[in-house]
Design a protein around this ligand. Structure first.
Ligand code: MG
Length: 162
């Protein structure tokens, strides 16, 4: 089995939609980035790439490449899934979203379902948690939202990984 971790943070600004785990979330600000800046999907991509030993999201989808400008990050996740498909199976993934606001609990199940759907796994294999940082640091001041992900992969049937 292989474990991988992912971390991402983006700045919150006015005039952008807030997308987390592929789900549009009502809020007066959104995350700034080259893509839709979905920190949850980015952290999941990096965790998967890390576990598979395939580098990181910036290596595969550089922000210097206009092909990824404004892209739906679930499409990036779909591409990462294609890279590991046939080699690895996701056992489970666990995400922590760090945000002072908005409250994410009402959107948790939708995010879990969406990520599971893109990865071709059951929703029970995807866990999303959310926490504030008690007002501390840039996230606590509402300047951005961060996400962490840990994923466990097992070899796909018929593959032999060292
Ligand atoms: Mg990112």
């Amino acid at each position: 089995m292989r474990i991988g971790m992912g971390y991402d943070v983006h700045r919150l600004v006015s005039g952008r939609r807030l997308i987390l785990g592929g789900i549009p979330i009502p809020f007066d600000k959104g995350l700034l980035g080259h893509s839709d800046a979905d920190v949850v999907s980015h952290a999941v991509c990096d965790a998967l790439l890390g576990a598979a030993g395939l580098g990181d999201i910036g290596l595969h989808f550089p922000d210097s490449d206009s092909a990824w400008a404004g892209i739906d990050s679930l499409e990036l996740l779909q591409r990462v899934q294609s890279m590991i498909e046939g080699q690895w199976r996701v056992v489970n993934l666990d995400v922590t979203v760090l945000a002072q606001a908005p409250k994410l609990a009402p959107h948790r199940e939708a995010m879990q379902s969406r990520l599971a759907e893109v990865l071709g796994i059951r929703r029970a294999q995807v866990n999303i948690k959310a926490t504030t940082t008690e007002g501390l640091g840039p996230v606590g001041r509402g300047e951005g939202i961060a996400a962490q992900c840990v994923v466990l992969l097992q070899p796909a049937p018929g593959t032999a990984h060292a």
